[in-house]
Each structure stands twice: as C-alpha cells, then as structure tokens.
Design a protein around this ligand. Structure first.
Ligand SMILES: C[S@@+](CC[C@H](N)C(=O)[O-])C[C@H]1O[C@@H](n2cnc3c(N)ncnc32)[C@H](O)[C@@H]1O
Length: 255
C-alpha cells in the first residue's frame, strides 16, 4: 500500500547495489530538497554504532508509551534502526522510513532477523501517509528537520482513533532554562561514561556530527507548545534532562 518512493524502496539494496564511486544506486532523485539532509546523514552513518546517546537514553521512556496491543507502528527518521528493533518487539508490524540510503542500508543489515519490520528510503514530507492507519507513530530527533505543522498534520491524520503520537526531539534552550541545561552537563558526562566507558566521541565521529549540526535549527519549548496546542489538543510536551523534549498525544476522535 505504500506509495511515493515505494517502488524504489521495495527493492532492498545489498552491497551489489553500490555504484562505481561507492554510492548506493537506490536514490530518491525526485526529491531534490532532501539532498542536503541525505548527505548530512549518509556521512555519520559510517559511525553509527547503535550505542548509548542522548536519544537512546529515552528509548525506555518512549516504549512505555507505545499502546498495547499494537498492530501497526510507523517510525519516521529511523536511522540505523536501533529503536525500530525495540518497536518490533512491541508491535505486530513496524514500518520505518528514513531519507538517508546509507542509514536504511545499515538498518536492514542490522535487522535481518526481524521479519515484522519494513524499512523504506523515503522523504517523510513527500511520502503519502495512509489515513487512520497506525496505532502509534514515533519520531526521534527528526522533527526539527521538517516543517513542524505540516509533519504533525500528516501524522495526526495517519493515526487511528486511540492511536498515539510519540516524539522525542531537540529544542532551543531559553535564557530561563539555561541553568538546567548547565546542570545537565555533569549528568551527561556521568551517564556517557557509565554507558560507553568514554567521556568524548572519537575525533572523526565528532567531526561528522559537527558538520551535520551546521544545518540544524530548533524551536524553544514555549514556541513548540504554542504551535502544537491548536493542532494537537491535549498534547503533553515535557522537557527532559539531556537536552530533549518529548511530545505525547493521543488521537481521541477522527479529524
Ligand atoms: C538525528 S537522526 C535521528 C535518528 C534516530 N531516530 C535516532 O534516534 O537515533 C535524524 C534522522 O532523520 C532522517 N530524516 C531527516 N529528514 C527526514 C525526512 N524528511 N524524511 C525521512 N527521514 C528524515 C535522517 O536521515 C536521520 O537518519
């Protein structure tokens, strides 16, 4: 039933799909706007180890909010599929999208034993979301790459009644929140060391992510609350210690 880039995405790439310059031949040539984001994430894909990070720290929190039972889940911006694989243990079917061919390649490689996951290379902006279909839609650290209202509206329509939207993303700290942000620095160092046995990433990993971060912009929490309030009545937006917010919303009626 999946459309847009679906015809390409149904063909799962292997190393044989690599062109002479080492590029994957499974490309979204029809979505020029996403070229920058694709390149941005194809680069750090080489260093993606699915280990602990500021996003995965909240995986357990997010999983607790996945409705049970759960038939159909959509993950938008799945990267190498670390969270997708958790979802596969909580839902009958998981569909996971990412605009980066390298990330989807990794995700497929690492998820071969999961028969209930489908990974697609797709730009969530042009991908045709089905209506009233998913029991849960999840997106981690991806919403800031797309126009907020447009994406939330698509997600809202695609949820079934009683379906749950779960977002984890980054925000711009306000002056008032700067103190909590500072307090998070030692907590982050401690958690990082406990989980990875190091305080800093290797230089090549830092370089790849620093290059990536140049294009990122974030909203403050009050901007977010203002903009989501009308669109998602009753939405709960909560600030978390490691520079992330969560957005949780249950669709209580058909819109
Ligand atoms: C910062 S990463 C977060 C990845 C993962 N969710 C995690 O928690 O580690 C953001 C991901 O969103 C993907 N992405 C960005 N814009 C997208 C779009 N328009 N459609 C689909 N995926 C997108 C990127 O390719 C990247 O893999």
């Amino acid at each position: 039933m999946w459309s847009c880039q679906d015809s390409e995405s149904r063909h799962y790439p292997s190393l044989l799909d690599m062109g002479s310059r080492g590029e994957y031949t499974e490309r979204m040539t029809d979505c020029p706007d996403t070229t920058l984001i694709q390149a941005d994430f194809d680069r750090p894909a080489a260093f993606s180890n699915d280990g602990w990070n500021h996003n995965s720290h909240y995986h357990r929190f997010l999983l607790k909010h996945v409705p049970q039972p759960c038939q159909q889940v959509l993950e938008v911006g799945c990267s190498s599929g670390a969270f997708t694989r958790h979802l596969a243990t909580r839902a009958e079917q998981v569909l996971a999208l990412d605009v980066s061919p390298q990330m989807i390649h990794l995700a497929r490689e690492r998820s071969q034993q999961y028969t209930n996951i489908e990974f697609h290379i797709a730009d969530a902006l042009s991908w045709e979301f089905p209506s009233d279909y998913f029991d849960c839609i999840i997106s981690i650290a991806t919403l800031h790459h797309v126009p907020l209202e447009e994406m939330l509206l698509k997600m809202k329509r695609a949820l079934r009644v009683n379906g749950v939207l779960l977002i984890l993303d980054l925000y711009q700290e306000s002056l008032a929140g700067a103190f909590t942000s500072l307090a998070a620095i030692p907590i982050n160092l401690m958690l990082k060391y406990l989980n990875t046995c190091r305080f800093r990433e290797p230089p090549e990993v830092r370089a790849a992510w620093a290059e990536h971060g140049k294009h990122d912009t974030y909203l403050t929490l009050s901007e977010l609350r203002q903009r989501c309030h009308m669109l998602l009545p009753g939405v709960k937006i909560r600030k978390h210690v490691l520079w992330r917010y969560s957005l949780i919303w249950k669709k209580t009626a058909a819109f």
